[in-house]
Design a protein around this ligand. Structure first.
Ligand SMILES: C[S@@+](CC[C@H](N)C(=O)[O-])C[C@H]1O[C@@H](n2cnc3c(N)ncnc32)[C@H](O)[C@@H]1O
Length: 450
């Protein structure tokens, strides 16, 4: 009787001679940055947004919706508005105006430690992460030289040595977990909130995915509307602009929010700053196409983290629309994607930059004025997390006193158009939904008391 011994298929089929060993280092395909972004969001947002995540994810991967910001400087305003209404795109600011902001704002949301903020399994997963067998090498009894002998007794043997990549990985996890601190902050009622009549932003209703026609030029070659994510006009509404306000847009390029500020007709003087030469070029192009004479606009190219130290207490209102993960954009393009391996450090330092920009914005704001912070990411750490760490820093290191404003009345007024996340601690967050595919857009407002 013969017993046939089967060899593994691969060995049977592939003759030994001529077999090529795969060189993974050179042949393994690198994952595209957009795929890395999606994996990152699945890892950090799924536990945070829980049951909402599948619908947010679907919307992020689908065609986003736009809004048409009417250019009041164009000769064609009336016909542009009529055309938009004819096609079914209504002015969401006007719809929101039917809500009485002041009545809604009677309900001031007091947030303390007991508030049921959902920061669910993500903390648990961090704990698990920590409990994993260490990525370590032990340092066994090497001779250690110290400057002073007495220090030998203070020497703690090294337990864990991380490689640079492992350190970045740890920072990645840390950077994406927001832990609410043990202090409680009462949000204050914001009596300055109002919806400027001049501002007209047309959007198609929920579920209507009609695309806008390209804007048209008037006799002076000024375009009649500007297409943008309609949610990005909300931080401007939150500013609560008053006639003759002096306004600083600290990270202004390419200029969608600066243009929105100008369309309210309320600012006397707008200062637009950005540290990127090329993006400032785009801002100037936008202004040229939409604004006749730029006399009330000053353009600066400065590091925004330092500007507050130079232009201290000069502005009534400051908008700080910081660089962030730009979630939607990162899923759509691989070019210059912040999830590419070459930009990992930059990505992990975003939180620090955001905090420095917000501190600088607060310094630039007059006492009694206010600052609106905004991002277009769902990352809790880059949203409420930055507000919280800035508050802590201010309280510990300065005499500046700020209050956080309750923006719920504004969110309620705009809830026919946008879908808001209910569990932010300090700000409001528009979450993308397939029927109202705007955002993500987070905004929070700080009022400077002294
Ligand atoms: C989210 S974008 C701003 C978008 C703009 N507000 C708009 O509505 O069109 C962030 C901007 O911050 C700028 N930026 C990044 N770091 C900065 C810094 N340290 N100082 C000033 N601007 C900075 C970037 O060049 C980028 O244009």
């Amino acid at each position: 009787m013969f017993i046939r011994l089967l060899r593994p298929r691969s060995v049977l089929l592939i003759p030994k001679r001529g077999r090529v060993k795969t060189k993974w280092a050179t042949h393994k395909k690198q994952k595209l940055p957009s795929l890395l972004a999606l994996e990152h969001f699945d890892r950090f947002y799924a536990p945070m947004y829980d049951k909402l995540w599948p619908s947010i994810r679907l919307a992020l991967l689908s065609q986003q919706k736009y809004g048409a910001l009417i250019n009041n400087y164009s000769n064609n305003v009336d016909s542009a508005v009529l055309d938009l209404i004819d096609t079914g795109a209504d002015n969401f600011v006007q719809i929101a105006q039917s809500h009485k902001l002041s009545e809604a704002s009677d309900i001031v949301d007091k947030i303390g430690l007991k508030k049921d903020v959902s920061i669910p399994e993500i903390l648990e997963s961090l704990q698990k992460e920590k409990e994993k067998p260490p990525l370590v090498q032990h340092d066994d009894g090497h001779h250690v030289e110290t400057e002073l002998d007495s220090n030998l007794y203070e020497y703690m043997p090294v337990e864990t040595v991380y490689t640079e990549d492992e350190l970045l990985e740890l920072k990645e996890t840390e950077e994406n977990i927001f832990r609410p601190q043990d202090f409680s902050v009462d949000l204050i009622e914001d009596t300055s909130l109002s919806l400027p009549i001049q501002l007209k932003v047309h959007t198609f209703s929920r579920g209507n995915v009609t695309m806008f026609q390209p804007p048209k030029g008037d006799s002076h070659r000024l375009l009649d509307y500007y297409l943008l994510d309609a949610a990005s006009t909300l931080p401007v509404l939150a500013l609560g602009l008053q006639p003759r306000d002096k306004v600083l847009d600290l990270c202004a390029a390419p200029g969608g929010k600066a243009l929105t500020i100008l369309q309210t007709g309320l600012t006397d003087k707008l200062t637009c700053n950005d540290n990127s030469h090329s993006r400032l070029g785009r801002l100037k192009t936008v202004l040229n196409w939409y604004i006749p004479a730029a006399d009330k606009i000053t353009i600066l190219k400065k590091d925004g983290t330092k500007l507050g130290h130079i232009m201290t207490e000069m502005f009534d209102k400051v908008l700080v629309d910081v660089p962030c993960l730009t979630d939607r954009h990162m899923l759509q393009t691989d070019d210059n994607n912040i999830f590419s391996s070459g930009r990992k450090r930059e990505r992990l330092s975003l939180g620090d930059t955001q905090k420095q920009l917000l501190c600088s914005a607060i310094l630039a704001c007059k006492p009694g004025g206010s600052v609106v912070y905004s991002t277009c990411t769902l990352s809790p750490n880059q949203n409420d997390g930055v507000i919280q760490s800035t508050l802590e820093w201010l309280w510990e290191n300065t005499k500046i006193d700020v209050s956080v404003c309750n923006l719920k009345p504004l969110a309620d007024a705009c809830s026919k158009t946008f879908r808001f996340y209910e569990h932010c601690r300090y700000g409001q967050l528009v979450i993308p939904h397939i029927r109202a595919n705007f955002g993500p857009l987070y905004f929070a407002k700080l009022m400077r008391i002294n």
